[in-house]
Every structure is written in structure tokens, then in C-alpha cells.
Design a binder for this molecule. Structure first.
Ligand code: PMP
Length: 376
């Protein structure tokens, strides 16, 4: 609870200080919070409608898209997507694999549909450092959807804008895992041919336990999903019930609303993108100017993530890395080394979600510069 702590955690992580204060303030007001109100009470129904409206406003979500608050995190959507868009297990879906999370998504989907992959792993090292070209040749025309992850949280690869599909593949809806970059750049919902976009809340927009799933309404409708799709995962069921088919994550929905109100006040998604560019540039500039003291795995600057900056200290030198982390910690900077479900990463990682201010990113950049000067 040290107010000086700067949290670079890859998620769950801190929300912007004004949002955290607004959450705390809920408990000082008379009456009940959304933690203790029926989800069918008029007060909550109004809060839900206001939250959806704010999400639509900030992210420019058109009326022909449905906004759902789903359960089961990003992993829940790894299963829900094929279960909703592929009626039969023989239906084809194409997955772009450019990092650990898209690989995980494809693995889960292969239980429910026939997965084809466009894989960008380096054939020798197996590492993900690029984004593959999407062509007529590698996209099966019969795909029910084309899946990609717009920010690979572990590998540090981000698409600043979504790729355009070849003309002959434009009938295929895109499915986007935007778990770690949602709200930080504009989305051209129609122009980008989005079918489904989901984001687990725990990085940029809230806390774990809630996932935002936005789906184009023509993909809804009886008889389109697999008969095995569980009700809690069924987009049509949840849309028809107005997000109240079962008990939604009421408090988390309120938090998303507070976060969206903050984004709106701070200039919306364009201003958020400008802040993300400033924060990440500060770190990449220090890394690039360090004569190899720091290195980052993604050399293509057009793909370097603004959300998660992976870097190592002197080629991953253990003693120096530990010293770096201890000194950073002594200055209140935490969350730079975390475990992933994919094993111990080779790299430290500075995650720069909405909870990290520009000034805080500059503090880390200045520390990195000083540390390099002292230890090069
Ligand atoms: N996709 C991406 C891009 C992620 O970063 C994560 C979580 N780190 C997930 C999916 C998985 O989300 P969850 O843990 O909510 O299932």
C-alpha cells in the first residue's frame, strides 16, 4: 500500500490512481455497493447500461456490435470463440500464431474445431519475434474466422493497427484477443472486419473475473453455435438476456465503468495511445542507446509492444539482473520479473498499462540509464 510503489506487473496490476481512489470512495458512501446488490435490482441494471454505454463511447463500438461481460477470463474465450462460431467440429478456423497466447488459443480451439495455423516461430530457435504476412495462400477460404492476438503479452509483439485481409478473404471475420492492449488504441470495427474481440479485464481495464467480449450481431442467432456450447459461454444466450443470464461479475463491471469514465475524461482512446507511445518510447530509447547493455528481443520497431517491454540486463547475467531488480525495488519499482505459464521468461518485462503514468515510465527509464552507466 506504499503510495510510492510503481507497479510494472503484467497483470493483474494497478489501475490509474484516480480510478483506485474512486473505487475506495464507493465504500465511504451511504447505501450498498454493487458487491451487495442484486444483479437484477434496477440500480444495478442502470449501472450495467451506463457501463456498456461508456465502453461504446470510449471505444467507438457501433450499434451492430454487442457488448458482453463474460466469465472465464481469456482462456474462457479461447474455448467460447470456436464453440460459438463453429457449429461442427469439422468446421475450419485459421489461427495466426505469433506468440505464447495465440498458441494457447489455438491449442484450446483444436478441441472444438479444425484448426489451421499460420505460424511465425523461427524455424531454428522456435522464438516468436515477427508477425507473419497474411496471404491468399495461407488463409483457408473456408475459415469460419481468422484468429489473432493483437498484443502478445509475453513475447512483446504488438499490432498497432489490425492487418487488412486479402480481398478474396474479406468474407472471413477477424477474431482478436486484445486482452493486453484493449483501450490503448483505436479500433476500426467495420474497416478491420472484426467479428469478435475479447479482452480479459486484468491488464488495462479492471480486475480478473471479468472479460469484455464484443461480437458483431450478425454472428449471433439460434443454431449458429455448437450444440455443446455451455450456456455461460453462449454469446446469443447472454446477448438475449442482456448480460443477465446468470450472475455477472457485478463489482468488476462497476470498476470497468469507472476506468472507462477516467479514460473519457483523460481524452479518450487517442490520448491513451499517445501516452502509450510516450511511455514505451522512453524505455526502448534507453535500451537502444545502451550499446547492448540492455537488449530486447523484437528488433522490428513496427512490432515492438507499447504494453509490455521485454528486456534483459547484460545478456541475462544473473547477478547483475538480481542487482537491477533489488535496486529498482528499493526505489519502489515492482513487477518487473514475473513467472508465466510458459516457464521462466528469458527476459524481464516492464508492463505499461493504463495504471502506469508517463512520469512513472520516465522514472524507470532514468533508473535504467543510470544503472547501465554504473555497470557497463
Ligand atoms: N490472452 C492474452 C494476450 C493474455 O495476456 C492473457 C493473460 N496474461 C490471456 C489471454 C489469458 O487470460 P486469462 O488468464 O484471463 O485466462
Amino acid at each position: 500500500n506504499n503510495p510510492q510503489v510503481i507497479n510494472f506487473s503484467p497483470g493483474p496490476t494497478s489501475l490509474p490512481k484516480p480510478v483506485e481512489s474512486a473505487i475506495a470512495a464507493l465504500f465511504t458512501m451511504p447505501g450498498l455497493t454493487s458487491l451487495a446488490t442484486s444483479h437484477r435490482a434496477p440500480e444495478f441494471v442502470e449501472l450495467l447500461a451506463n457501463t456498456v454505454a461508456l465502453c461504446r463511447k470510449v471505444m467507438n463500438i457501433p450499434e451492430d456490435f454487442e457488448v458482453l461481460f463474460t466469465h472465464g477470463g481469456g482462456h474462457g474465450q479461447f474455448a467460447a470463440v470456436p464453440l460459438n462460431l463453429c457449429k461442427n467440429p469439422s468446421d475450419v478456423a485459421t489461427y495466426v500464431i505469433n506468440g505464447t497466447w495465440s498458441a494457447r488459443g489455438a491449442e484450446e480451439a483444436s478441441r472444438y474445431c479444425s484448426v489451421k495455423t499460420i505460424d511465425s516461430a523461427d524455424p531454428v530457435t522456435g522464438k516468436y519475434q515477427t508477425f507473419p504476412e497474411l496471404t491468399e495462400e495461407n488463409i483457408d477460404p473456408n475459415s469460419k474466422y481468422l484468429y489473432l492476438c493483437s498484443n502478445e503479452t509475453v513475447n512483446g509483439i504488438e499490432l498497432f493497427r489490425l492487418p487488412k485481409l486479402p480481398e478474396s478473404r474479406k468474407h472471413i471475420p477477424l477474431v482478436v484477443d486484445a486482452s493486453s492492449d484493449f483501450s490503448t488504441k483505436p479500433i476500426d470495427w467495420h474497416g478491420d472486419n472484426i467479428g469478435v474481440l475479447f479482452a480479459c479485464a486484468s491488464k488495462n481495464i479492471g480486475h480478473p473475473g471479468l472479460t469484455m467480449t464484443v461480437i458483431r450481431k450478425d454472428l449471433l442467432g439460434g443454431g449458429k453455435a455448437s450444440p455443446l456450447c455451455p450456456g455461460v459461454f453462449n454469446y446469443t444466450t447472454n446477448s438475449e438476456a442482456g448480460n443477465l443470464w446468470n450472475t455477472p461479475a457485478t463489482f468488476n463491471i462497476e470498476v470497468v465503468g469507472l476506468l472507462m469514465a477516467w479514460l473519457d475524461k483523460e481524452g479518450g482512446v487517442d490520448a491513451c495511445e499517445a501516452r502509450s507511445i510516450a511511455k514505451s518510447s522512453a524505455l526502448y530509447t534507453v535500451i537502444d542507446a545502451s550499446n547492448g547493455f540492455y537488449s530486447t528481443p523484437v528488433s522490428d520497431k513496427a512490432l515492438r509492444s507499447r504494453m509490455n517491454v521485454p528486456f534483459n540486463v547484460k545478456g541475462g547475467d544473473d547477478a547483475l539482473t538480481n542487482q537491477f531488480l533489488i535496486e529498482a525495488w528499493e526505489q519502489g519499482m515492482v513487477g518487473l520479473r514475473t513467472l508465466t505459464p510458459f516457464g521462466v521468461g528469458d527476459y524481464l518485462r516492464a508492463s505499461l498499462y493504463n495504471g502506469v503514468t508517463e512520469a512513472e515510465a520516465l522514472t524507470l527509464a532514468a533508473f535504467m540509464k543510470k544503472f547501465a552507466a554504473e555497470h557497463a
